[in-house]
Design a protein around this ligand. Structure first.
Ligand code: NAI
Length: 330
């Protein structure tokens, strides 16, 4: 039996976590959930938003499913999400974006995966105030991190039957930093002759994505472009309620939806559990439970194509009603 850390979060987190745990159980798969609380609610009792016990649990189980955790804006504690990524060196951010049946969007046949480098680039946090009218942010790109993320993207492509890995840079302008990322991609790509290679500039990519997104397969990008492009891609498939993600290191993997804790609909039985469910389906594939993952995926697709939807997608089902429909369809 697998043991998986479950961080059920706050806001809508506990509602959508309950839904997903129920659906996985109904698929016949027995998972032992090591439930860990984190965020604002645990500060009162334990003094910190991300207690060591959460990290220890992930280190022990290697895999976690995580619902959203609220981060106070401007003041208050550091983001639990950022702390998790830093402490566990979750260097790869994975965002599969695929059209779902019954979810109307501008494009059909979108089925791409964004692989974003998660640790450096302009997000390394190196900034300096030169004088009151000038500030600098340093863009850090290293060969080690670039080769690591490119290798991750190619390995993902091989493991998941993908045909192409396209590298996204602005190496025509940032010849040294993005140039190094591109060089790392070319070096790693030599080991994967079975996967198509493609190079594109980030501005051209954005235009192509909003005109003809189905031409893309796996995209690998440095941190900043990856952050922006992955949200653009989430928009292509129907937005936050259906956008899944994962943060992965060589040792650990944390699967989580893209959306936040949605405090505006907390406790109202309105939240769409689809993004967390899709993250869980990817998690099941990652731990080798592909059959159960596909069974749940099929039931979700059937449920959506019958027109069953929560209110964010224009439907009128509650979280629990939508969950029950998926279980019935299994
Ligand atoms: P949000 O994603 O929580 O909400 C934005 C809008 O989308 C809201 O109107 C919300 O009701 C709706 N929405 C989001 N998820 C939904 C779902 N599953 N079903 C139906 N509607 C949904 O973004 P916001 O409001 O900017 O952030 C709220 C809190 O979440 C903040 O404290 C933020 O820091 C945190 N956050 C946490 C993340 C994480 O734990 N990975 C990621 C993003 C934000």
């Amino acid at each position: 039996m697998h043991t998986v850390t479950l961080i059920n979060g706050d806001g809508i987190g506990p509602e959508i976590s309950n839904s997903v745990v129920k659906i996985i159980k109904a698929s016949g798969l027995d998972i032992e959930w090591d439930i860990q609380t984190a965020g604002a609610d645990v500060i009162e009792k334990e003094g910190v938003p991300l207690p060591d016990r959460v990290l220890e649990s992930i280190k022990k189980n290697k895999v976690a499913l995580k619902a959203p955790v609220t981060t106070p804006i401007g003041k208050g504690f550091r983001s639990v999400n950022v702390q998790l990524r830093k402490t566990l060196d979750l260097f790869a951010n994975l965002r599969p974006c695929k059209n779902l049946p019954g979810v109307k969007t501008k494009f059909e046949n979108v089925d791409l995966v964004v692989v974003r480098e998660n640790t450096e680039d302009l997000y390394a946090g190196i900034e300096e105030q030169i004088d009151s009218d000038t500030a600098h942010s340093i863009k850090v790109i290293t060969r080690k991190a670039s080769e690591r993320i490119c290798k991750f993207a190619f390995d993902y492509a091989v493991k998941n039957g993908r045909k192409e890995v396209c590298v996204v840079t602005k190496a025509n302008i940032m010849k040294l930093s993005d140039g190094l990322f591109l060089e790392a991609y070319r070096h790693i790509a030599q080991n994967y002759p079975q996967i198509n290679q493609r190079e594109i500039l980030v501005d051209n990519l954005c235009m192509q994505l909003v005109q003809n997104p189905s031409q893309f397969d796996v995209l690998v990008l440095p941190n900043l472009y990856g952050d922006i492009v992955s949200d653009l891609c989430a928009g292509l498939i129907g937005g936050l309620g259906v956008a899944q993600g994962a943060n992965i290191s060589s040792d650990y993997a944390v699967f989580e939806p893209v959306h936040g804790s949605a405090p505006d609909i907390k406790g109202q039985n309105k939240a769409n559990p689809t993004a967390l469910l899709l993250s869980a389906i990817e998690m099941l594939k990652y731990i080798g439970e592909r059959e159960h993952a596909e069974k749940i995926e099929k039931a979700l697709y059937k449920t959506l194509s019958q027109g069953n939807k929560t209110s964010d997608l224009g439907g009128n089902l509650s979280t629990t009603e939508f969950t029950d429909k998926i279980i019935q369809n299994m």
